[in-house]
Ligand binder design. Structure first.
Ligand code: G3I
Length: 344
């Protein structure tokens, strides 16, 4: 067995992918399903566990797509990362519109959030290894104000206290699941030190721990781009260590490394952009392998034909972010990850 999952098993590391349920169930696209089974030991629902998907109409749950993914994972001896309980994106319209028009009060909103977390975590109880409890609560330096702050729908409506509440409600509903805070741009540093965003998240996670809030792990998403140059394995592992020194586990949860497609003539693995993509994938994996508390390394998508990047970054167009090309040929990044796993 020369798969990524076999190589990762040597280190007791779980290697995962985000799964697009439409592609997984597309009979005309059998290779996608075959690769999810054979190469990965963990799966994350790319969309079907998000609130808009689970409860499109208030009080009516649509569990089937998520249940199917969990059954698939069980059949293939894979662990499941639950994604995501509290996020400001992909919320159902009944919720955001109800808050906007005042028909849902702040008091009711807090109850709705508590019920959502409780219902969802109980429904999947015993089947989820790690939950992304709160996702992307911190702002970015380019937001206004540029000082890092708690951003988005939940902070605006409930204040930052929703974060501690969310972890407590999740723990009560499934005491065995590992509870994660998940965010992006934790890999980026300024002038060799941690970025303001990393420092902000570090401070609030530290405070959560000190207050006895049940948080078990930090998820670094790992959405990188080759246009930002080569990331540094010392900096990334220092970042992880800061968090694991607080007694937390860690995981890379959404790794992909995109490029400007207009300047990449082909998907030949000798293309410098794809070399750089492979290098940055490798930096994150090596940082994870260096830290005994780094539990899993999840890629955000299997292949370039099923990646969020080309639909999201269109001006200028970006893509080529995953480790398999559009025809499911493994790219340089795939072989680099495997080499890292064998050599570590
Ligand atoms: O399901 C509808 C479909 O009915 C409709 O016809 C189609 C037309 O636009 O849209 C479909 O919904 C899309 C959904 O993915 C499912 O494919 C949404 O438009 C699209 O915006 C959505 O994008 C997802 C994105 O999160 C939205 O926030 C991406 O697939 C998903 O990869 C991405 O994942 C996030 C993580 O959850 C959190 N971290 C960042 C990461 C990348 O943005």
């Amino acid at each position: 067995d020369q798969s990524l999952r076999a190589a990762a098993a040597r280190h007791n590391l779980y290697i995962g992918t985000a799964v697009d349920s439409t592609a997984l169930n597309d009979a005309a696209d059998p290779k996608y399903r075959e690769l999810v089974k054979s190469q990965f030991s963990s799966v994350t629902a790319e969309n079907v566990m998000k609130w808009e998907s689970l409860e499109p109409t208030r009080g009516t749950y649509n569990w089937a797509p998520a249940d199917e993914l969990i059954a698939f994972a069980k059949a293939n001896h894979q662990l499941v990362r639950g994604h995501v309980l509290v996020w400001h994106n992909q919320l159902p319209a009944w919720l955001t519109e109800g808050v906007a028009d005042g028909s849902i009060s702040k008091t009711e909103l807090r109850e709705i959030l508590k019920n959502h977390i409780t219902n969802v975590v109980k429904h999947f109880k015993g089947k989820i290894w790690q939950w992304d409890v709160v996702n992307e609560a911190a702002s970015d330096p380019w937001d206004s104000p540029s000082t890092i702050h708690y951003k988005g729908f939940w902070a605006q409506n409930l204040g930052e206290g929703y974060i501690a509440d969310a972890f407590r409600w999740a723990r009560a509903a499934d005491p065995k699941a590992l509870l994660f805070y998940n965010d992006y741009n934790l890999e980026a540093f300024g002038d060799g030190g941690p970025s303001d965003k990393v420092q902000f998240i570090y401070n609030f996670v530290k405070k959560l721990k000190a207050d006895g809030v049940p948080i078990d792990g930090i998820g670094a998403q790992g959405h990188l781009g080759t246009q930002y140059g080569n990331y540094d394995v010392f900096q990334v592992s220092d970042m992880l260590k800061r968090f694991t020194d607080l007694g937390l586990a860690a995981a890379f949860t959404e790794v992909d490394v995109r490029s400007y497609t207009a300047t990449v003539a082909d998907s030949n693995e000798l293309n410098p952009r794809l070399q750089a993509s492979a290098y940055n994938h490798s930096v994150l994996l090596q940082a994870c392998l260096l830290n005994p508390k780094c539990l899993s390394f999840t890629l955000w998508g299997v292949s370039d034909n099923h990646s969020w990047v080309p639909t999201w970054f269109t001006d200028p167009p970006e893509g080529l972010a995953t480790v398999y090309d559009e025809t499911y040929q493994p790219k340089k990044a795939y072989f680099q990850l495997k080499a890292d796993l064998f050599l570590a």
